[in-house]
Design a protein around this ligand. Structure first.
Ligand code: CO
Length: 161
């Protein structure tokens, strides 16, 4: 496994639409493994392939430590409700903002065996699914943010806990 470099938004790659994975090759499996190691090292809740420079529809979500979702060709197939909470992104260090997302989502994706699976999530997990899948279409959370927090607001927010 290897730690990959996480690109920041000065890089155009983050704005590209990713291509579908048509065959789960050893290369895709290595990508999943390397992305997992990279995500853990960065202590994030999710990571999308374009963030490590790979324009393929592959994302990881780990909203709760130890609960890792590997999603290949993911799609949101159903949503319910609404939430508006604070988000950040490993590609946008020091930027935080509130984003409106569904309160609950159902996601369809392929696992590493190529099987189609469904996952449901609410709260942070729902937000992470939406945030990471947006990356595959070149969308960053700041594009959708209701409000981007000022340095003072960020400081206050993180000193709460
Ligand atoms: Co992100």
């Amino acid at each position: 496994m290897a730690i990959l470099q996480i690109l920041d938004d000065s890089n155009d790659v983050l704005r590209k639409k990713c291509r579908e994975v048509t065959e789960i090759t050893p290369r895709i499996l290595t990508l999943l493994d390397d992305m997992t190691e990279t995500l853990h090292r960065a202590n994030g809740a999710g990571l999308a392939a374009p963030q490590v420079g790979v324009l393929r529809r592959v994302v990881l979500v780990e909203a709760e430590p130890g609960q890792l979702y590997e999603l290949i060709n993911p799609e949101i197939v159903e949503t319910r409700g609404e939430q508006c909470e604070v988000e950040g992104c490993l590609s946008l260090p020091h930027q935080w903002g509130t984003v409106k997302r569904p309160a609950w989502v159902k996601v369809k994706a392929q696992n590493r065996k190529g099987e189609w699976v469904f996952y449901e999530g609410e709260e942070l997990l729902a937000r992470a699914f939406c945030h990471e899948i947006d990356h595959l279409n070149g969308i960053l959370f700041k594009d959708k943010a209701e409000h981007m927090m000022s340095a003072k607001e960020i400081e206050e927010y993180f000193s709460q806990d």
